[in-house]
Design a protein around this ligand. Structure first.
Ligand SMILES: [Cu+2]
Length: 495
């Protein structure tokens, strides 16, 4: 089951990695503990969970205001091995952290306390809020240990979001510091099963089952792939379903580097929403690639015999170009791996009729007359660096554009590796990939894959003025300097 998580470009770079991850496959008895749903092993199964979620307690009963307390702190949690992570961290002693639930247009107030022993910020990934509340530029003036900060912002767009620290993300998100947020549309219909899932991976040391040592130089370049797949912080979850029910899976990928490629056995998925909200029209797919930072919501009507099991599975995704210079090895191997198991109950129900909320068609059919910037993402394998526009943060040249102007951006990836590109503060529509319009219905995005040696063209109305971070969402890359600042000039809109 376990393989070495190495991808080996150069013998010279191999040695330090070997010290941490000995080569060879060790499917010993301990490995079986990672998959407690594996009936072949006889391991105890996790209890069957109801399908759904429990939102954080709203401290303010008034309509239109969601007020929550949130604290980041060390927290020992068990990802499913039976061994608690002594270096675990979490928001409110929960992995993922509390699910913040709001309606579009609400004001969200988060009384945040930093009980970590290091400075931190909370980034509200994908929310078009004021830049002072975004947790990105706040990196320059972070919340110190023991201090508090009130995040107050309006959530303008229905969608599925997440939050995480914007300092030391590669270390802290890996160890459990992230949470989910749902913003409902006014005309949203509740599905029979509404299941928001954080699809994370984690790299554990075999034997101790503790978080594997900090990143090697190689991981900093190639990204840290985990050897265990987690659905909401746990491997082996089991969720009850009944055939006929409408299931809404809201999926977010907080992994350091893993691109997930998911499917549900025997089920036809309909993609109904992306990062920034509901799609104008759904589209069918058998499986779905989700890059780090991205969100997709898919719907399906559960089918299957009573007592049967239907698994959410993940396929191997190759981050590096096929036949390139890099040989990429996934610690989970090249096969498909189970993530979560739906257990069908007796009988069949007539599911609640469900369609996604209505939204306007996407406005752009191609690039606009106004051109904002052409970014160039690059890697220097020999030098061991990742860059944007030829430099690493904080030396990446500032990009300044006008607010409230329909503006086109190109993101060119000159490397042989995928990079998920994330821009804070505004929504973007993908209009071209290598000059060709996408074939699936498009929605609003804040994070998108830029394939190897490709250029993705996006358009934004730049509705939200402010100083915004942009970066690769492979967390090792962001911290290695693949990050810059976009200044969206004075705005005339009111938040
Ligand atoms: Cu990257």
């Amino acid at each position: 089951m376990f393989h070495t998580p190495l991808r080996l470009p150069l013998p010279a770079l191999l040695l330090p990695l070997l010290l941490i991850h000995p080569l060879g496959c060790s499917a010993g008895p301990d490995s079986a503990a990672l998959y407690s749903t594996d009936t072949d092993t006889g391991d105890a199964l996790l209890p069957l969970e109801e399908c759904g979620y429990t939102p954080a307690t709203d401290l303010d009963p008034a309509a239109g205001i969601v007020e929550v307390n949130l604290a980041a702190a060390a927290f020992e949690w068990d990802p499913g091995t039976g061994v608690a992570l002594t270096e675990g961290v979490a928001y409110d002693d929960s992995v993922p952290g509390p699910l913040i639930e709001a309606n579009a247009g609400d004001t969200v107030v988060v009384h945040f306390t930093n009980n970590l022993n290091e400075p931190t910020t909370v980034h509200w990934h994908g929310i078009r809020l004021e830049s002072a509340m975004d947790g990105g530029m706040q990196m320059m003036d972070p919340i110190l240990p023991g201090e508090t900060f009130d995040y107050t912002f309006t959530v303008p767009d229905a969608g599925f979001y997440w939050y995480h620290p914007h300092l030391e993300g590669a270390k802290l998100i890996e160890r459990g510091l992230y949470g989910r947020m749902i913003v409902h549309a006014p005309d949203e219909i509740a599905a029979d099963c509404d299941l928001p899932i954080a699809l994370d991976d984690i790299l554990l040391d075999e034997g101790s089952w503790q978080v594997a040592p900090v990143d090697t130089d190689m991981m900093k370049l190639m990204g840290r792939l985990g050897n265990m797949l987690l659905a909401n912080g746990k491997a082996g979850r089991r969720v009850a379903l009944t055939a006929g029910e409408t299931v809404l899976l809201r999926l977010v990928n907080p992994s350091n580097a893993r691109y997930w490629d998911v499917y549900v056995e025997g089920q036809q998925l309909q993609v109904v929403a992306t990062d920034g909200g509901w799609l104008p029209e759904p589209y069918a797919t058998d499986s779905l690639v989700i890059a780090p930072g991205e969100r997709y919501t898919v719907a399906f009507t559960a089918t299957g015999d009573p007592e049967s099991e239907v698994r959410l599975m993940n396929k191997r995704f190759q981050l590096h170009e096929q036949d390139g210079d890099m040989i990429e090895v996934d610690p989970l191997g090249d096969g498909d791996n189970p993530v979560l198991t739906f257990v069908l109950g007796e009988g069949t129900v007539v599911g609640t009729p469900w369609t996604q909320p209505a939204v306007d068609p996407m406005p752009y059919t191609g690039p606009t007359e106004t051109f904002g910037h052409h970014w160039i993402l690059a890697e220097d394998m020999m030098g061991g660096t990742v860059t944007i526009d030829g430099a690493a943060w904080p030396d990446v040249p500032l990009v300044t554009v006008e607010a409230n102007l329909e503006t086109t951006f190109d993101v060119e990836n000159t490397s042989e590796m995928h990079h998920p590109f994330h821009i804070h503060g505004n929504n973007f529509q993908i209009v071209q990939i290598n000059g060709v319009a996408p074939t699936t219905p498009q929605g609003w995005k804040d994070t998108w894959d830029v394939p190897p040696r490709s250029t993705v063209t996006v358009v934004s109305d730049l509705w939200n003025a402010g100083d915004w971070m942009y970066h690769c969402h492979i967390l090792e890359h962001a911290e290695g300097g693949m990050m810059g600042e976009l200044v969206v000039g004075a705005s005339t809109h009111s938040m």
